[in-house]
Every structure is written in C-alpha cells, then in structure tokens.
Write a protein that binds this ligand. Sequence first.
Ligand code: NAD
Length: 262
Amino acid sequence: MGKLDGRVVIVTGGARGQGEQEARLFVAEGARVVVGDVLDEQGEALAKELGHERARYVHLDVGEEADWAAAVTATKDAFGAVDGLVNNAGILRFNELVKTPLEEFERIVRVNQTGVFLGIKATAPEIAAAGGGSIVNTASYAGMTGMAYIGAYSATKHAVIGLTRVAALELAKRHIRVNAICPGAIDTAMSNPAHLDPDADVAKASRGLDALYRKLVPLGRVGRAEEVARLALFLTAAEDSAYITGQPFVIDGGWLAGVSTL
Ligand SMILES: NC(=O)c1ccc[n+]([C@@H]2O[C@H](COP(=O)([O-])OP(=O)(O)OC[C@H]3O[C@@H](n4cnc5c(N)ncnc54)[C@H](O)[C@@H]3O)[C@@H](O)[C@H]2O)c1
C-alpha cells in the first residue's frame, strides 16, 4: 500500500529539482502524477521514465491561465480527476532592491506568486469535485525572513504563505487542505548551477555547498531535493496530515532557528 494510492496530483516545475523528486516519490507511493513545466524535453523524458500508466507531462507555464485550464483538462482526460496539487515552480534572481528593473520584479511575481494563485484557482473546484484533497505551495525560508539581494523573490515567497493561509480558510469547507513548504538552501539548479552543466562535477559542487553551509546551518550541510519531497508527501497524504492546514513548514536544517555562536 502506498501513501498516495488512488490519488492524482499535478506537480508544477516538475521537470527537475524538487518537483522532479516529488513526482518520483509520489509515483512510488501509488499516485498518478502530471508533471507541468516549461522544460518540455526534460518533463517528457521524466514522464516516459515513470511510465504512461503513472505519469504524464504537460507544458504548463504557471503564469498563463489558459495553460492551467489545459493542464486540468489533460489531467482529467488521462487519470479521471485531480485531487492534489504541488505548486512548486519558481524562479530566483539576485539583485539589490533599488537596482531591480520593474520587468524583472514582475517576472518573478508572475511565476512565483501569480502562478500559485492561478494553480489554486484552477484546481480547487476539481479537487472539491473529487471529494477533497490537498494543495502544497512551495514558499521558502525567504518567505519567513528577509534576505538581502533577493527582494523580489522574498516578497513573492511571503505572498505564497499569505495565499496559503487564505486558501486554507476558504477551502476547508470543501475538504481541501492547503499548506506551504519553506525550504532553506537545497541542492538543485537554483542553488547549484553545476546541475545545469553536463560537464560539471556535481558531487564536487555539492561538497562545496556543504562547506559553505557548514557554519550557517546548524545541521551543517545543504538540503537535498529528496528531503523536501518527503515533506511534500507528508502534507499531501491524508493519513499523515489530515488535521493540518494553513501552515508554513520550514525545512532548512535549523537555519531559521536563530543566531548561534557555536
Ligand atoms: N533550491 C533552493 O535552495 C530553494 C530554496 C527555497 C525554495 N525553493 C523553491 O523550491 C521550488 C523548486 O525549486 P528547485 O530548487 O527545484 O529549483 P529548479 O530551478 O531546479 O526548479 C524549478 C522548476 O520550475 C520550473 N519553472 C520555472 N518557471 C516556470 C514556469 N513559468 N512555469 C512552470 N514551471 C516553471 C523550472 O523549469 C524548473 O523545472 C521553487 O519554488 C523555489 O523557489 C528553492
């Protein structure tokens, strides 16, 4: 018995990184998964590897409302219903706030914040029609505290936590739980560009990240996408988290716990 037997879950930004690990774990736990992303080649390859009975890929730019409508239709056509969503897609840009061009700020809002809003809007009626389910929104450590040079990103991640709380209040009566994940530094392409370079030594780059976070993070290393996927599974699986909604869950190796002089 898998924890997600019979469930049908859309995972955005599922072609790589945390979303990919969430898709893999959810399928391993019995779900049928629709991977949505703008990285068509990688998304198609992942769905093929996971198998046609268990996974499909759809092109889904989370900032496009029409893409959401098409993704929901494709999911119902493939697997009959939608009863889970992981709003995982996100982008990060480094810039000093006062030097951030409006266009860059709006691009980050469009993916990280509008994308989450549109995802909730498009899927909630379907999840309700399926009898209830779950929505997990990926916020960030930077949605719980300020962080210099990622002002636009941090603002959107704070907004994701706000959307999570409001959606949880409004959707509880339709048996939809809504929670947020707040990862610290996780070893994906977003924090470790070596993942994007076919010639790079990823293990070496990961060791470099561990060294960087040894002092910053109490648990002394960068986090792994598989660890975040475990939290997404916990918040999606009704048997584990049936009485939990409207909450942000920090997964950061203790980074946010406070200032340490140890
Ligand atoms: N890696 C970290 O350190 C870290 C920390 C905190 C939060 N996060 C958040 O975790 C989530 C996953 O990021 P990741 O670490 O796996 O990084 P990643 O860059 O590997 O994955 C992000 C995915 O989102 C997809 N994406 C980007 N724009 C999109 C769009 N418009 N529509 C659909 N998909 C789109 C990308 O193609 C990619 O597959 C993001 O929301 C990110 O902000 C990451």
